[in-house]
Design a protein around this ligand. Structure first.
Ligand code: SAH
Length: 397
């Protein structure tokens, strides 16, 4: 969507009567006039990097050499780049690998296997990313915007508003930083000498921001993550999940990209009345339109869609809402196009909502499964370091 379309206007929503939610404006476009992050090789395709090298008066093959250091060897120290002429290393690295972000602090949980890092970007904007090592995989949860304009009242990021979009390279750098810390052996959980699980296998766009509101940079990042080295990190597209509040035109656009990433839709309510309050973008795209777009994504990409549903006590966790959710999903067919991922609500400052009673959660799962809908409950990590879903707020201190 272009900035002239009605979606890009900021406006206020009516306050939510029965949940008592505070009303924040829904903001689609980043504030104007912010300086752009420095250009970095991860912003560019390999062909563009070659052209850039030539522009700098360098042989084109320097682009491939620096790319191999960055994406394959995970090296950013000029001294380690011995295939570059010693006298030019600093200059080449400054041009291709400008510093994008500085780690301010890393908090650990789950015996060091969950690590949340707070980053300061070039313009002092703050973002967070979370690395989670499991026995069989390593998942990086990345931010795509500094802040978020979607104003979901139960999410700490949504309550802070949108500062700016992140660049492709700023998104990719979070994953590369995670890969480096694995390579340096900083993350426990794998026996010494084993390389199994030593790579970032999954990336989820579930950190700060609404990825589809920063579409171009996010698609660029997905390309860099999935292109083979030295063009990119060489991950499988199946290991990448883009989570969205449901920007319908963008979901449709994503379906046409030919990159089979997994789509996760933050539904949280099966009816418009409640979803208008919990996920304010619903006032633009109804539950029906949103679920249709998710169904279409599954149809086009043959990838099963994940429906995210944060379980909030007494708000959206009633048995009748489980039945209604099943109706809404099964109305589009039962060919395995969808599964439901329930997220126990994580506490956020100022939010009066709490997680569902375990018995209600079990009943919710039971009703969905009785209708043949595969349902899982997310194993939420990092709650004690405010690193869990909806808790990322990037406050220094
Ligand atoms: N903007 C994207 C990605 C954000 S976060 C989106 O909304 O999908 C990833 C998931 O965490 C979303 O499903 C989001 O709704 C959920 N979430 C937000 N706050 C939460 C909270 N306090 N507890 C549990 N899940 C939360």
């Amino acid at each position: 969507m272009s900035s002239s379309e009605p979606l890009d206007t900021a406006d206020s929503l009516d306050s939510a009567a029965d949940t008592g939610a505070r009303s924040l404006p829904l903001v689609m476009a980043e504030p104007r006039g912010r300086a752009k992050p420095p250009r970095h090789l991860a912003d560019l395709s390999l062909a563009e990097r070659r052209a850039y090298a030539v522009e700098l008066g360098l042989p084109a093959f320097r682009a491939r050499q620096v790319s191999t250091h960055y994406f394959d060897r995970l090296v950013d120290d000029p001294a380690a780049m011995t295939d570059l002429p010693a006298g030019q290393r600093d200059e080449i690295v400054a041009a291709f690998l400008p510093a994008l972000m500085t780690p301010l602090r890393t908090l650990e949980a789950d015996r060091g296997t969950t690590r949340k890092t707070l980053w300061r970007l070039f313009d002092n904007a703050l973002v967070e990313s979370v690395l989670m090592r499991y026995p069989d995989r390593v998942t990086m949860c990345v931010s795509s915007q500094a802040g978020c304009g979607m104003a979901c009242p139960f999410c700490a990021t949504g309550q802070g508003g949108l500062q700016r979009n992140m660049s492709t390279a700023e998104i990719v750098e979070q994953v590369v930083a995670g890969a480096r810390s694995l390579a340096r052996g900083e993350v426990p959980g794998v026996s010494r000498g084993s390389t199994a699980g030593g790579r970032v296998s999954n990336v989820v766009f579930m950190g700060m921001g609404e990825p589809l509101a920063n579409y171009r940079a996010v698609i660029g990042a997905v390309r860099r993550l999935t292109e083979p080295a030295p063009s990119g990190l060489g991950m499988s597209a199946r290991g990448v999940t883009v989570s969205t509040v449901g920007l319908v035109p963008r979901i449709n656009q994503l379906a046409g990209e030919g990159i089979p990433v997994t789509l996760a839709l933050s539904l949280h309510a099966p009816d418009d009345e409640l979803r208008n309050e919990l996920v304010p973008i619903n006032t633009r795209f109804s539950v029906d339109e949103t679920v249709d777009a998710a169904w279409n994504y599954a149809r086009v990409t043959k990838r099963r869609v994940s429906i995210e549903y944060a379980m909030m006590r007494g708000i959206n966790d009633q048995a009748w809402r489980a039945d209604l959710l099943a109706d809404v999903l099964l109305a589009r067919g039962d060919w395995g196009w969808v599964h439901v991922n329930l997220i126990p609500l994580n506490p956020t400052p100022g939010s009066k909502w709490t997680a569902s009673d375990p018995a209600d959660e079990r009943e919710f799962v039971r009703r969905l499964e009785a209708r043949g809908i595969p349902t899982t409950v997310r194993d939420t990590r990092g709650r004690e370091i405010d690193g869990a879903c909806g808790q990322l707020a990037a406050v220094e201190g």
